[in-house]
Design a protein around this ligand. Structure first.
Ligand SMILES: Cc1cc2nc3c(=O)[nH]c(=O)nc-3n(C[C@H](O)[C@H](O)[C@H](O)COP(=O)(O)OP(=O)(O)OC[C@H]3O[C@@H](n4cnc5c(N)ncnc54)[C@H](O)[C@@H]3O)c2cc1C
Length: 434
């Protein structure tokens, strides 16, 4: 089912079974570590709507179960050939071609809950100790070990990975303070539904009648992205817009269709009809968080991964991919470092990941600004200006191979240091889902 390296004797406690935690768990298993994965949800639910994994993450998933995990995701993943862009009033701008799929580095884009279920089931099948209904209330660390308090029990290990999402509790131990989110000035209405009503409507049927499509409409401070998937049977849209509200409770709240319609007042009738025909939507607020000064505790045995470490803007289209890279790199660092060098391995993980991740985060701000502040006269002359960047440094990166290549040098450098220090520049803020 899954190839496993020689056992390392390293016990890894992972908190949170999102894509960061599940990837860390599967990769730690593959690298020979012992894993306990704790998740607060009492049962698995297919939550969310559209999510994307770039080829840099597809490469990680493609190795699991001899390709069987990707084989399960392919049928539910989008198969569009191009991404069409329109100005908000309906003027066609350009079509960006989608490169053909590569089985080694597949691009995966589909329903978050459905993809999550496939990855979760794989982790369970290979025998990872996943414990649902386990909300970690406290993180502990002392000389030579780290642990968590959960359901009245204390569990100790060699290392704890806090992959507990945007409202991470692990962050408190790592940083030594609670960092509060701030309003970003943006929010997203988003929806996923059966495309039947769109097929019946002459204005929208072209979006779903011939299989999968991906379309964007761009306006001042607003963009609308729509996708049809599963041969056009399912439909998803997101509209990012200005919003000053502040929330902390949930990643999403119920939204109102009439509020979403206000955001696209005067837009292309096709966009308006899509929203009018949508049964329900959610309201996903975006809040700012400063990039964290470090992802690793002073003792080096507790670290952050995924959204807990580095929240992403949706326009980066890399949040889940970078969460996967974290898990993969961390597992490899622990394997190379071995049981006697866990703190160095964990600090090496941070050093290898921090700068790359920050660069990917900033791409999200660039894309948002490129779309929201587009000068359409200039875009008409040069439509390349609004196309999504598909950069080789991001997409062609093999994070596992790179870790094996650079680990020794990174560890040597770190061993001259007393405590972990993220040495990369920490400029601007980054917006995240609240
Ligand atoms: C329910 C849900 C729906 C989402 N839907 C979308 C979507 O439609 N589109 C999209 O782009 N992104 C979505 N996201 C966000 C996206 O999954 C992440 O941004 C990205 O995949 C990074 O994943 P992560 O594992 O770091 O964080 P998350 O996916 O947020 O996972 C964190 C996990 O940690 C668990 N957890 C938190 N605190 C504790 C604790 N104290 N003890 C134990 N477990 C804990 C949470 O229950 C969660 O399962 C969603 C996230 C969630 C949780």
């Amino acid at each position: 089912m899954e190839q496993r390296a020689t056992p390392t004797g390293i016990k890894v406690i992972i908190v949170g079974a999102g894509f960061a935690g599940l990837t860390a768990a599967i990769e730690c298993y593959r690298k020979g570590h012992d894993v306990v994965l704790l998740e607060s949800f009492p049962v698995l639910k297919p939550l969310g709507d559209i999510i994307s994994f770039g080829p840099n993450a597809g490469r990680i998933v493609a190795r699991w179960g001899n390709g069987s995990v990707v084989e399960q995701i392919y049928p539910i993943s989008i198969k569009n050939k191009e991404l069409k862009f329109f100005k908000y009033d309906g003027d066609f701008i350009t079509a960006q071609q989608v490169p053909p799929q590569n089985p080694v580095t597949p691009f995966l884009n589909g329903h978050r809950g459905e993809i999550h279920e496939i990855v979760f089931n794989h982790a369970q099948k290979i025998g990872i100790d996943i414990r649902l209904g386990c909300r970690v209330l406290e993180y502990l660390e002392e000389e030579g070990r780290a642990g968590v308090r959960v359901n009245g029990e204390t569990i100790w290990g060699d290392v704890v990975i806090g992959s507990d999402g945007v409202r991470s509790k692990a962050r408190e131990l790592v940083l030594g303070y609670t960092d509060k989110p701030k309003s970003s000035g943006y929010a997203i209405y988003r929806a996923w539904f059966d495309s039947e009503p769109l097929l019946k409507d002459p204005l929208t049927k072209h979006l779903v009648e011939n299989g999968d499509t991906h379309t964007g409409w761009l306006g001042p401070e607003v963009h609308f992205l729509a996708a049809s998937l599963k041969g056009g049977k399912d439909f998803s849209w997101v509209v990012t817009h200005k919003d000053e509200a502040d929330i902390e409770e949930s990643w999403s709240l119920p939204g109102k269709i009439e509020d979403a319609l206000k955001v696209i007042d005067g837009w292309d009738p096709v966009v308006r009809r899509i929203v009018e025909l949508t049964p329900e939507c959610v309201d996903w607020k975006l809040v700012y968080r400063d990039p964290l000064p470090t992802w690793v505790s002073k003792g080096g045995r507790t670290c952050l991964a995924g959204d807990a470490a580095h929240p992403f803007l949706p326009t980066s289209i890399q949040g889940a991919s970078q969460a996967m890279e974290d898990g993969c790199v961390l597992a490899a660092c622990l394997q190379i470092g071995g049981k006697d060098n866990v703190p160095t391995a964990v600090r090496a993980y941070e050093k290898i990941r921090y700068g790359r991740c920050r660069r990917a985060q900033l791409l999200g701000e660039e894309t948002r600004d490129m779309w929201h502040k587009a000068d359409f006269d200039k875009v008409k002359e040069d439509p390349e200006k609004i196309k999504l960047k598909r950069e080789d440094w991001l997409f062609l990166h093999d994070c596992e191979a790179n870790t094996y290549e650079v680990y020794d040098d990174v560890a040597k450098e770190l061993n001259g240091q007393v405590t972990s220090d993220a040495e990369q520049p920490i400029p601007r803020q980054t917006a995240v889902s609240a």
